[in-house]
Design a binder for this molecule. Structure first.
Ligand SMILES: [Zn+2]
Length: 373
């Protein structure tokens, strides 16, 4: 393809040509008609000349204007799917009042940009491998607490998202309350630190008074927040290795795929207790041998989200900086079982797995125990 002149060089060429035009000699004698027509003729001829010159410059310069069938123009592609979403049936959220059944209510839509667009109801989302609560929240433009407070089972353990899990996604930030026995609007409002009018005035609820409440209905509580309740979260199993559980074979497999970025031992600046395997966030991490999960979750030790497996034969393996954990402390895992995903949590500069092997509590070089790659 020929070199395309810049717009400024085009301007210069046109300017030069116009200067030449102005310097051309003009006819002396003019009839009355010519004098009256002159401004028109001058205007149109100069316009036509400029257009003609542009066409000339374009054709001489070999400039190709984009055509509709140009192969450089990519066909439109579909946006990536966010997963399976379905609208929750209205009966889950309360019955329609008779008066509202025959009227269409148009809700105000304050924004037209898609992330801010008011969704018309509660939708569901199927958890995909590698998802995190905060990641899902960001996809829908919500706070992560909204995801927590609209899915009861998540409140106990936000780290444990399982692929295939169905989550409620609210149209706005707040909480999703399931009406229980003896619930009143005042009681619900107090629980979530909002006013009764916030609940009755919410367009996603069809509740005006306590008489409209039915056990099992779900109410959207706009701006609702749940008081912090310390949950009994046990990321660690401290009990003995179960006598009947199979012990590790002592033959390890590679826990993940990727590039070896740091080896065991003195790295020049620090003593490294394991090996680092770099790969993109979400890459699967597997148990290097069968055993019992001692730790599965966040730790302050610099490992970030960490899994520790006790293989019952003196060996423990550590899997650090994970972005997701698919096992619980106190659980038996098979060799090669998918236990988590690579991440960058804790003291980490990029997504990688810190893999560590300890024999009788002392870190040893994993390269001596892993099969050749
Ligand atoms: Zn490391």
């Amino acid at each position: 393809m020929a070199e395309t002149p810049t717009s400024s060089s085009l301007d210069v060429k046109i300017g030069e040509l116009l200067a030449v035009l102005k310097s051309l000699p003009r006819p002396r004698a003019r009839t009355n008609l010519q004098i009256r027509l002159r401004p028109f003729l001058l205007r149109y001829t100069s316009h036509l000349t400029v257009i003609g010159l542009v066409v000339l410059v374009l054709s001489l310069g070999g400039i190709q204007l984009p055509r509709a069938d140009s192969p450089q123009l990519l066909p439109p592609t579909a946006a990536p799917s966010l997963g399976n979403r379905t609208y929750a049936p209205l009966t889950d959220r309360g019955s329609l009042l008779p008066a509202e059944r025959s009227t269409l209510v148009r809700f105000p839509v304050p924004h037209t940009t898609i992330p801010d667009r008011l969704r018309r109801g509660v939708i569901t989302y199927t958890v995909q491998p590698g998802d995190t609560v905060s990641g899902i929240a960001a996809q829908f433009g919500l706070r992560w607490t909204t995801i927590m407070w609209s899915n009861e089972h998540l409140e106990d353990n936000p780290d444990l998202l399982l692929p295939g899990q169905i989550l409620n996604i609210l149209p706005i930030d707040g909480a999703y309350h399931r009406v229980c026995d003896n619930d009143t609007l005042a009681k619900i409002a107090k629980t979530y630190d909002v006013k009764v009018a916030d609940i009755t005035g919410c367009p996603f609820n069809n509740v005006q008074s306590d008489a409209d409440l039915r056990v099992g209905y779900h109410l959207v509580v706009p701006g609702g927040r749940k008081p912090y309740v310390p949950v009994v979260f046990r990321p660690t199993y401290t009990g003995p290795f179960p006598a009947d559980a199979p012990r590790g074979s002592g033959q390890f497999i590679w826990p993940t795929q990727g590039r070896l970025t740091d080896l065991f031992g003195w790295t020049g600046t620090r003593w490294h207790t394991g090996i680092d395997i770099a790969n993109s966030k979400g890459t699967h991490v597997f148990a290097a041998d069968r055993g019992y999960v001692r730790q599965a979750g966040w730790t302050k030790m610099g490992y970030g989200v960490l899994i520790i497996i006790d293989h019952g034969n003196g060996y423990w393996t550590y899997y650090g900086h994970l972005s997701a954990v698919w096992v619980r402390a106190g659980q038996y895992v098979e060799k090669g079982q998918w236990i988590g995903n690579i991440g960058s949590t804790g003291r980490s500069t990029g997504p990688h797995l810190h893999f560590e092997v300890r024999r009788n509590r002392e870190p040893v070089n994993p390269m001596d125990l892993l099969p050749p790659r």
